[in-house]
Structure formats: structure tokens, C-alpha cells
Design a protein around this ligand. Sequence first.
Ligand code: OTU
Length: 651
Amino acid sequence: MYEQVSHSLLNSILNDLKPEIRRQDLRHFYTRLGANFYAIHSLFSTLYGHRDDFNIQILNLVETMARGYIQRSAELEELDMKRERDHNWFLSQKWVGMALYSNGFAENLEDLLHNRIGYLQELGINMVHIMPILKCPVGQSDGGYAVSDFRQIDERVGTLNIFRQVANEFRKREILLVHDIILNHTSDEHAWAQKAKAGEAHYQDYYYTFEDRRIPDIYEQSMPQVFPGTDPGNFTWSGEMQRWVMSVFHHYQWDLNYSNPEVLIQIVDIILFWANQGVDVLRLDAVAFLWKRLGSTCQNERHAHLILQLLKDCCQVTAPSVLFIAEAIVAPVEVTKYFGEDAIVAKECEVAYNATLMALLWDAIATKNAKLLCQGLKSLPGKLDRATWLNYVRCHDDIGFGFDDQDIRAVGYEPRAHRRFLTDYFTGSFDGQARGLAFNRDDATGDARICGSLASLAGLETALEADDQALIQAAIDRILLLHGVILSFGGIPLIYNGDGIGTLNDYSFSDDPSKSHDNRWVHRTKIDWKRAERRNQPGTVEHSLFGAMQKLIAIRKEIPAFADFNNRELLPLENDHLLGMVRFNPQRPSDLVVVIANFDSSAHGIDLETLSRHGLNPRGRLVDLASGLSPLLQDGVLAVGGQQFHWLTET
Ligand code: OTU
């Protein structure tokens, strides 16, 4: 019955499409729209069915998709069809990503295009997240996450034309292009915000605005704060508008109001616009925040999921080859929901940041054991088949220790004390090795998040200063150990751009008034190409790191067991210092690789019996694929050196 209603509505919408749209060849579009319309219609009605303008809005939505389809190039349509045929293409182990700033890793987009792709390919990178490049305010812009125009590249880094050239060049070289869709908020300089400030009620409805503090005060009772230290509160008074406006992140980032269907349709249009510029993957920023409800934390709301499902379904109609990455830095049980629930295929985002693994890895570095890491991974809910993780060690943001309190207790720590230890450890007050900076410390609990480059957090900065070879080696080992896990975990590893050469903290941000209050800039450094040159010079840190990473990446790409088909089991080990994972080839399950990572600084042994129980034949010849060497065996015990890892298989 419902299906019939949606069918006849679809027919009447198609009849109402503007003649210039109807005149086009829309055969593929009609097929895909037909296949997705039931879902689109039911989601749209759940969100907006109570509105008088429902029929007009759904017509607008369909028209937006149709226009997007008409504007899609033949080449991209071909890609759509190719990926539809091979719809698990992104689960392969062949993909390795990097996140970079176009004006940090290169001078700008043009320099990236002409001079820096070679470096990426040398390392084996074939997916590139270019950090936000859309027009944003001069001065504070949250690193580009406050967008002033969703369709314009910021002139400080390039033009739309150059962006398209980058997309074309990447496509030629089979490199995936990842681009940010910052859909939770706009900068207060965006045209919508300007019009809202000028008093246009129509655009005030694009945001959450209030004449006085009554409603904001009620919201504040249940909403946590994202930047309590640097940008307290979730509302900002706009003198121009003479109203309060919701601004969950910084005061100049105004939250978009998705209870207004026009906002949603605008964002669909923007998504399709970037899909049509040749972007392969859209990184949806801060997705947990998309829906606000009085009395809730305004995070992870069911309606936020409905919006994402709707965006996915609409993109599926017009540009089905495009993937979504969910940037949801939320509790482990919440994260997997962003793949979609109760669906056989991912119905929201195909990819999600694995912040759980990231934080757990740092825990293992600080504690030198894998207790919480193993516990946390055990509690990580399963995910859909057609969905994968973005596994990373560092990114442009801070590290939050958002593990589950129950897991912390289960391994014998007290949550508050343990988080305090981690903060102390990474700010260097525990053993002086790590050189992190605290970020948004909460004075009540002492909790803080941590900033700092991977190398500085891993002790390289301290070690180089002390000119201590043993410490330098230990830091290199830690960096490689962390990458050894993200490259073998299952999912797409995402390397942060300077990490291949051990980029240290850069403290110069404190001299720039637009950055000095935000410690995250300490690890958003400009890459030092002179140091990068040393990757070719044996005996240097850069050479050791880059060479090792390059090798690991190349090896990973040849190990089918490292593809992500939910083909990972944790290997229960008696020894707390070790993480063990069994990865098997989905096509040939007997073909397995056992990953062993030792987080302690001293060596530990594993019984061959244990390995054989999990499918590795102790009489077969074992080899560590990561090093190409046979592991050290004595009296039936396999030795794993301090801060070393193995990818073990039989030959
Ligand atoms: C994201 O961040 C971006 O990655 C940040 O760089 C932006 O400041 C922010 O959105 C606003 O656009 O929203 O879902 O703890 O991890 O703010 C998680 C800080 C986010 C970030 C968090 C994150």
C-alpha cells in the first residue's frame, strides 16, 4: 500500500519535472530513482511529512538529483557502472590513504598537482584526503572547517579549475580523491548566514536562532561542549541579527538546521556538485551532530542517521560510485551505527574513522601493554559486510581517550585515574618521552585530549634532542609498530602526511594569533621537503622510516587476507603485552596471516602450540611477511622483540 502511494507520487513528480529536465536522456536515472524512491520517500516523510510544503519539497529534491545526473560526465557515469558491477571494490587491501594539507604538504593545489604526486606514489598512496579547501574566512576558520562558500575553492590554495585537474590526474593514476563535505555548520560569513544576519527570516530558518536565552538555556542543560576551554557554550549572540544562534563548535561556526528540508536539499545539491567534479570519496564532517533535540546531547540522534540514509540514497541515484566517510568521533557502540543499521549493505556511510582503534593504540603505547586494546576490540560491535574502517594513528585533530569505562574497569583500571595517567604520559610528565600538548583540559575532572605529531608523541623529539641512538630507534620502532597494526587490521589505512618522515611538533603556531589558542596546530605542520629528501640517504631517521613504511605498504597490498571482509579474529593470548589477530583470506580461509604486535619494550614469547591451535602449522616453515625473515624460534617458543610486530604465515 505504502509502496503504491510512493509509486504514484513518483509518477506525478516525474510529470511535474521542468521540461528542460524531462527532455534529457534520463533512462539510468529513472532506473536508479525507481529502485531507491521507496526509501527516499519514507525517509523524507519521516523527517518532513508533517509539513504543508511536503510535496513541493520532495519535487525539489528529485529535481536536484535529476539536475545532478544531467551534469554528470560520461566518464564518471562509466565509473559509476564499473563500481556498481564490482560493488565491494573498496574493501580490497590495495587501498592506502593519506591526509594532507594542500598548503602544508605542497604550496597549493597547483604545486600538489605538478610536483608532489610523485612522492605519494613513491610511498604507495592511492587515496588522498585533501584537507578543507573551500572558501573560508581570513583569520580563524577552524582549519577550513568553517566554510563560507560550498562551491568555491579558497583562492589562497587554488581554483575550481585546478581542483578538476587534480581530480582528473588522480583518476588517471588510479588515486582516489577524498573531499570534505562540512554539512553540520557554515561559517558566519556564508551567504546564508549573512542573509540571516540581515534579518531575512527565510535564512534564519537555515540555522537555530532564538530571540532570548530561554530555549538555549534548556539545550545547554543536556548538551556537552566540544571546545570547553577555547569556545565554551553552544550558542553565540549575534549582535547583527539580535538573536542567539546555535554554534556547537566555534562561535563563528553556525549549526545548520536539518529540520528545514531546504537545508537538506541544498546539501544534496552540494554533494552532487562535488561528486560531479570527480571526487571519489566524500568525508562527511561531524555527522554525529546533525540533529538537535531538546533534552538530548544532540549527538547520535536517530534522525541524524535518517538524514545520512537519505543523503546516501540520493547520492546512489545520481552518483553511485561515490563513497561516504563518516567522521563520527563517538563512543565505540555508536560509531558502527554510521555504517547503517539493519541493512545487508551499508545504508549510510561505507567508511568510518576508526577512532576506537586509534585511541586504544595510543593506550597500548603509554601502558606498554595491550590489555585495554584487546578488551576494546573485543567489545567493538560487528559491522555490515559492505562497510570498512579508516584506520589511522594520527590525523589533524586531537586524540580523545573516549574508550568505554566498562572496558577500562574490565582490565583493572579506574577510568578517571587511567585517563589522567594517559594525559600525564602524553604531555611528558610521566617519563618525559612523549611531547604532547593538552587540549581543552576539563578542570573538574583533569581530563584532557592530546595534540602532537605522531613522532613527537612517540618520543622522537626527545630522543633527537638527547641525541640518543637507542631512544631514536625505540621511537622509530613505536611509529612502525603502530603502522604495522593499521596496515593489517582490515580497512583502509590513513597515514598522516608528515608521518612517513617522522615530522615533529611545530610550535610556531603560538606566534600566529589566529592559531595560538588551538593546540591542534602543533601537528598541522608544513612538510619540510629538505628533511623529506633525506629519505634517500641511508643512516637517517627519514630513510629508516620512509623505507620501512614504503615496504610495509607494498607488502600489505599483496596480502589478500588483509582485505576487509570481516575476516579478522582476535587471537586470545595469555600475555598482556601482545596483541594477536588472525586474518584469513576470504577466498581461501586456510590461507591465513597471524598478526602479533608486542607493545612492551622487552621481548616476549608465544608458544607455537597457541599458533597451531589457530591454524598455523608449527611444522610448516613460518615466515614474517613484514620483514621477509623467519621469526626467531627456540624450544617451541616464538620470540617477538620489544615494540616489534610480525605478519606470520606459512610458506
Ligand atoms: C571535526 O572534528 C573536524 O575534524 C575538526 O577539525 C573540526 O574542528 C570539527 O569537526 C568542526 O568542523 O566533530 O565528530 O575533538 O575531533 O570536533 C567529531 C575535536 C568532530 C574533533 C571533533 C570532530
